[in-house]
Design a protein around this ligand. Sequence first.
Ligand code: FE2
Length: 181
Amino acid sequence: MPLTHRYHQYCKARTAEIYSQDIELVRKYLTKPEQVLFYRMPVADQRHSLDVAGHLLAQLKKGQSTEKTNDIVTVALLHDTGKTAAPFSLPGRGLYVVLKKIFHPLPWLWTGLTGLGKHPKSNLWLRNLYVMQHHARIGAELLKEIATRPAVVKMVAKHGDPSAFPNSPEFLLFTDLDRVN
Ligand SMILES: [Fe+2]
């Protein structure tokens, strides 16, 4: 994804707000413990998750309101909860995006660098890098602890990989929307 789009996302995150219809949506799709996790996210991440869920619903509406729809909307709302394992910092997120772009072609270096923030009491910048890199797995673990549906936990754990569930058009649509919102 081009850095210009990332910059646009950065600006959007700075002015994010939540409205009453958003609160209704959260109440409709999440259990009480899931709502607690959702509201633990910074407003910027809540807004992003709500936008993804809203677009998903708009595109799936013509179809059906099935278990699959409920699951994927829940995934959309909760997929980034793992990021709460580090204190939110927009500059920290920006640094992650830039460094990932630079170091991703060198996986051993990138793994080594992000691994430096593994301990919860690591330096905040390093902790941010680690949590951003592993937020899918961390989020899935948090959801498992509060007995979220296993199908949702599995998709959250793999939400960065569009090829993870090749037989699920809903998951593929979600990964597309997650990328652009
Ligand atoms: Fe996301």
